[in-house]
Design a protein around this ligand. Sequence first.
Ligand SMILES: Cc1cc2nc3c(=O)[nH]c(=O)nc-3n(C[C@H](O)[C@H](O)[C@H](O)COP(=O)(O)OP(=O)(O)OC[C@H]3O[C@@H](n4cnc5c(N)ncnc54)[C@H](O)[C@@H]3O)c2cc1C
Length: 820
Amino acid sequence: MAGPIPERAQVVIIGGGVIGLSTAYHLTKQGWSDVVLLERHQLTSGTTWHAAGLITSAGMTDEASLEMSIYSRELYARLEEETGLSTGFRRCGHLHVATTPTRVEAMRREAAYAKRFGQESHEIGPSEIAELWPLAETSDLLRGFYVPVEGRANPHDVAMSLAKGARQGGAKIIEGTPVTGVTRVRDRVTGVVTAQGTISCEVVVLAAGIWSRQFGDTIGVRVPLQAAEHYYLITEPFEGVHPDLPVLEDPATYGYFREETGGLLVGLFEPEAAAWQPDAIPTDFAFGEIEPDWERISPFVDLAMSRIPGLRSVGVRKFFCGPESFTSDVHPLLGEVPELRGFFAATGLNSLGILLGGGVGNVMAEWIVSGQPPLDLTGFTIDRTSPHESTPAFRRDRTPEQLGVLFGDAVAPGWTPKSARGVRRSPVHERLVRYGVRFDTTTGWEWGDFFAGLHEPVPDVIQSWDRQGWWSLVEAEHRAVREAVGLLDMSFMCKFWVQGRDAGAVLDRIVVSDALNSPVGKVVYTAICHDGGGMWVDCTFTRIADDCYVVIGTDLVHRRLEALLRRAVGEEDAATVTDVTAGFALFSVQGPQSRQLLSRLTSADVSNEALGYLTGRHLDVAYAPATWVQRVTYVGELGYELHVRSDLALGVYDALFEAGDDLGLRNVGMSALNGLRIEKGYRDYGHDIGNDDTPLEAGIGFIVDWDKPDFPGRAALLKQRDGGPLTERLVNLVVLDPEPLLWHDEDVLCDGVVVGEVEAGAYGYSLGGAVAIATVRCESGVTAAWLSAGSFSVEVNGRRYPVRAQLGPLYDPKRERILA
Ligand SMILES: Cc1cc2nc3c(=O)[nH]c(=O)nc-3n(C[C@H](O)[C@H](O)[C@H](O)COP(=O)(O)OP(=O)(O)OC[C@H]3O[C@@H](n4cnc5c(N)ncnc54)[C@H](O)[C@@H]3O)c2cc1C
């Protein structure tokens, strides 16, 4: 088994499941053949050997998942020609069925989204479903969505075919060789340690499946995933089952069904699953099974059987429970880890490792070779996760919810996780509760979605694309900001101090703007790009003292921004980076009355002359001395950001409300913020912009200092700037009919032809219609002239509505209020 190991390699991959093997295969395709894959036991012995092999993109509404799943499918279809080993891929079709109108709409929207990637789906009624699946109970089915090009594969055969392809490309695959550690020089990995010796290398890829977290723990790298029980059963052969039956997926019974040696394989995605071995996965677990928990699982078996009544009279040949890894948001953990340079994760596949595996390996290989992700992976990178996700308590509490989420519990807008809530709270959390907040959560933070008002009950939010009880509340918050003053608690934003004699030089090394010569008090909106010109983050920095800058980004980029800043500090630099997120609340006070409100709480002069637009100063605010206040807006109004020490934050919050009552001060949640900022055309990283957008494509080219001699991405950005009009870029649009709502992913059309998609949508109460930031494409260039010449529309759930699309902000009449 264990062969001799080489002394060095360019890349070492830890783990011989589908993900490690696919990464090895694709690295050789990129021309990197000096690849060694080390497998603890035998190839596929972790999770890959027992997967059900569904090959589908059902339920996917993001570019990365769709690209990777479609790529995987087509790779598995052709791999045999190259390697001589079949993957067992069979295009038997995939049928997704719905029993409720909400789910029908969800699937219809998914189908429209997938069409953009060339995937045709056929919407069919119960009688056509019955023709495709005569064994299924169809009386309660409303619609089905049938994709003929999808199907199933044999996971073990997929892995072996990839292994053969990797070997043909020069990769060495060594079994029976557990990796026990890594070697490093400072923050860079330099090799892996095994019982047979050390292999020195430049890059390590952790593809150790359910073992990844505990391996990460041993080397100080957080890989927040958790194994959960995952079930299927296989029946004896029975009448009417044949290999060309489409895979049937039925969220209503939490079941999926496909042929297996003449019988049916019935898989379960129960709504409340069970974490497996949260303390540690046994290291000798190989080709292993978990003892089924009959009591917990049998009600779901019964439910699944109700979809195929014939199952009740057929014998069960095998009842199987195996472990699979799940993450806090059911997206994989990919990319370079923030803690260790050169160390990449490719793990946490949430039961989609086979159907995504080809694509994941392809993306990982391109990323490793080129230094940047080939598509928008903002929601997939391991650095989006937060440290609390690794705690046993969080994994224990969150993991059971995840199987259900994956199978469609989060079907429409309005869904928010139920488990493991209240992890990170603003210092004024309890005040927000008193004001009737509806909380939502990302990165563990509880943030206000909207407010019912003081001591008012919070209306229920059901999952829906329509208006609900929150509608008038969000509208009132929106109008407060436009007409009076609103307070947005944005304490979740990540905040760093870069301090020391060389702080300016350190920051200047990485941002696209001039940080070195930025005067004290000037607020600068900027970005940090990779060499391809795409943005790793957008953020603001302000020099708050000669030797101190505060850098602020959204919560999603917290760990990434921290890593970028820390890595920018050279050995010779006199500079430190301090995460001050928890030390300061961030209150954004916005609206025409905001200056009046602030002036009531401070002894300082806050006139336009003393505190101009995009400047900041230390002021006393109520009982909070020397509070950093900067004049900046994310909604297009006169407004201020108050960075209040956490211990003083509650006092300042109360003082603001005491002083702001007659000015119309309201709490404002993130739903209202979304509409306000989209009206003004402000971008939101992780929603409408990501790692594949350059500042020019995002419409924020003004942040680039073209006179700056060097910064990451400069050459690529210059080339793009001078290369003629952009053929793809973000635009702002407003729907002319007041009724339809936009959320995300809706098609954008020009003269009846699809030219793009909505990235983020909301309602623009000031404009009386839905507003959005959308990506559009035009071969001759996305220009103001093209936008005004064309007849633009959006397609919402099958209906088209005219829109106005433009490069500039949709709403800007109060410009003088921002500046003066
Ligand atoms: C019941 C069930 C049904 C499923 N059905 C489907 C499906 O229909 N479609 C689908 O897409 N996915 C499905 N999956 C999920 C899929 O099986 C996984 O997502 C996928 O196999 C994960 O692959 P991996 O390479 O990440 O992990 P693994 O296959 O577990 O590979 C990791 C490898 O790393 C090795 N390893 C661990 N530690 C070390 C170390 N220190 N040194 C060296 N090697 C190490 C392990 O031995 C293992 O071989 C299913 C999963 C289950 C449990």
